[in-house]
Design a protein around this ligand. Structure first.
Ligand code: SF4
Ligand code: SF4
Length: 402
């Protein structure tokens, strides 16, 4: 899907009207609603669209949203609470793009995102999304955390450096809610002897702003981070949050040339694993499964690196859920949905936990703090264990025999 833009025509779409042909191209085949027919593994787990699965109503699937956007462009539909609910309950998971790319190439997420940008231009910002923008503007993070505390996790593990070839960008979700991921990432990098630095004044990456159509605010915060990174002379920036990773990977869409390489931690570690420089032993034999973060997997095709790392842990067997890789089911956290309609996130994560249980699994590893948090929230009463891959691997590192 990373290549999808080359199929989009005209190449430069600048307003919602420019997407009119896409809305007309959707011929309601319904392929975007379900796992691709030849790849269905279990008849209970065939759905692909988190919002469609929750509301079971045409408008909440990509195909219905294409009709809604057509109605906006043609002037038949006005902005209403119901219309905003339809537009903003999409998690931007990209499952519909993936399916539609095989039949018609409508790419619904491009259309939905442009509709959100138009909504914002017309003053239709939902309260939860206003709140997140306010928090980013005031505190430079999504959670109203004290900005001065952002690097607290790094004590004894990582240093702010004015010059560094490698920068680790933890992101505000990790800094505020899951510092253990940043600590684990640092331990992994240190175990390899990698010299890296962290930013003195890192802000939210901007992805939730982009996702909610608040593009100008998103560009502002992304640019701040890019300038900070450029000041260090970094050649490579490592991410453990799939949202942040996508914000930077998409920078060209906002006319920004980065001048440095963007790698998810699992991509950074992959060559070390291939050269035999990473060995993990958690001291137990266990079976785990992997939750693909949509912004890492479907959008950028980072499917195998995390799986190879998990499989390399001594005594660990990786078993896929019924829906995996391109057919993976979103945890429901992305697209700004969790900040306004958390019930969609809860439904998606609970569905995923149900799937893991159905497959006889009790441990899920993922590679993004938002996926981890959402799956954890849905696991409170059912004993499912959820790990971020950095935590999972670094715990094995402790027991590695050198
Ligand atoms: S968005 Fe694509 S896959 Fe979905 S119904 Fe329309 S044409 Fe079919
Ligand atoms: S991006 Fe995901 S949630 Fe949104 S319409 Fe497509 S499949 Fe549904």
């Amino acid at each position: 899907m990373a290549q999808r833009k080359k199929y989009a025509f005209p190449a430069n779409r600048e307003s919602l009207e420019d997407y009119y042909d896409m809305t007309l191209s959707c011929y309601k085949c319904g392929y975007c609603k379900y796992v691709w027919p030849s790849r269905i593994q279990h008849d209970k787990f065939t759905g692909q669209c988190p919002s469609g699965e929750k509301y079971q109503f045409e408008s909440y699937y990509a195909s219905g949203r294409m009709e809604v956007v057509r109605g906006i462009i043609e002037g038949h539909l006005k902005w209403t609470d119901r219309l905003n609910h339809i537009l903003y309950t999409c998690t931007m998971c990209g499952a519909c793009d993936e399916s539609c790319g095989q039949v018609e190439r409508v790419y619904p997420t491009d259309v939905i995102l442009e509709a959100r940008r138009t909504a914002v231009k017309e003053g239709q910002i939902l309260p939860g999304h206003q709140q997140l923008a306010k928090s980013v503007s005031k505190h430079h993070n999504l959670y109203e955390s004290d900005h001065a505390d952002r690097n607290n996790w790094a004590k004894g593990l990582a240093d702010v450096k004015s010059r560094s070839k490698i920068i680790y960008f933890a992101g505000c979700t990790t800094e505020s809610l899951k510092p253990s991921i940043a600590k684990s990432t640092s331990k992994l990098l240190k175990s390899l002897g990698v010299e890296f630095g962290i930013l003195p004044d890192g802000w939210c990456c901007g992805m939730p702003l982009f996702d909610t159509g608040q593009t100008d605010d998103g560009v502002k915060t992304l640019k701040h981070n890019i300038e900070q990174i450029r000041d260090t002379g970094a050649e490579t920036v490592i991410f453990s949050d799939a949202w942040c990773y996508k914000a930077f990977r998409d920078s060209k869409d906002y006319g920004i040339e980065l001048g440095f390489k963007v790698l998810h931690l699992t991509e950074f570690l992959a060559p070390y694993l291939a050269k035999g420089k990473l060995k993990f032993d958690r001291g137990t034999n266990e079976t785990v499964t992997y939750q693909d973060p949509c912004y890492l997997s479907r959008y950028f095709e980072v499917y195998e690196q995390p799986r190879d790392l998990i499989k390399s842990v001594k005594g660990v067997t990786l078993k896929e859920m019924y829906r995996s890789r391109r057919e993976s089911f979103c945890c429901g956290a992305a697209g700004g949905v969790k900040f306004q309609f958390p019930e969609v996130t809860e439904h998606a994560s609970s569905t995923r936990i149900d799937e893991a249980k159905h497959a006889g699994l009790s441990k899920i590893v993922t590679a993004c703090p938002s996926c981890q948090i959402s799956l954890e929230d849905a696991s409170k009463d059912n004993g499912m264990e959820i790990y971020d891959i950095a935590e999972y691997l670094s715990e094995g590192l402790k027991k590695t025999k050198k």
